[in-house]
Write a protein that binds this ligand. Structure first.
Ligand code: CMP
Length: 137
């Protein structure tokens, strides 16, 4: 079993797509280990996306991620990290495959509905960034 971290981003929450995204995750075999709704502050978003600090889209990304409520979650299944990324589809929805979350819901490369960890070390950092151990059940 492997755990991964995900965010249902402010665009999806605003558009009322949270339940549909969660349903796709559960239908794909993910178990929800933890979930909470929160407003991510701009400094919190900057810390979370620190690896992108030098990218030209960093300021816009952190503004977007702090633009409204989001859901942060921890998901579990075998091969969770790779399987969630497959279910999400390409970062740019224009390149996302049919049947993926981003193909179905994402509006742009930035407002792309969901985040998912890209590696084990990233997942550990990202889970710890938003959850305490006792919240993972
Ligand atoms: P995510 O998977 O959360 O990881 C970093 C985020 O930065 C990404 O999803 C997008 O929301 C955003 N992003 C990545 N590339 C670009 C880009 N070229 N322009 C704007 N935003 C981007």
């Amino acid at each position: 079993m492997q755990r991964t971290f995900s965010i249902i981003k402010p665009d999806a929450v605003r558009k009322g797509q949270t339940a549909a995204v969660l349903a796709m995750m559960e239908a794909a075999g993910f178990r929800i280990v933890a979930i909470k709704k929160l407003s991510i502050s701009k400094p919190q978003a900057a810390g979370f996306y620190a690896v992108h600090a030098q990218r030209p889209f960093f300021d816009s990304l952190t503004t977007f991620m702090s633009s409204g409520p989001a859901f942060v979650l921890v998901l579990e299944k075998e091969n969770a990290i790779a399987d969630l990324r497959k279910l999400m589809g390409a970062t740019n929805p224009a390149n996302a495959e049919e049947g993926t979350i981003r193909k179905k819901f994402a509006g742009s490369i930035e407002e792309n509905t969901v985040h998912g960890s890209d590696a084990e070390e990233t997942a550990a950092f990202e889970i710890g960034y938003f959850f305490a151990g006792y919240e993972l059940v």
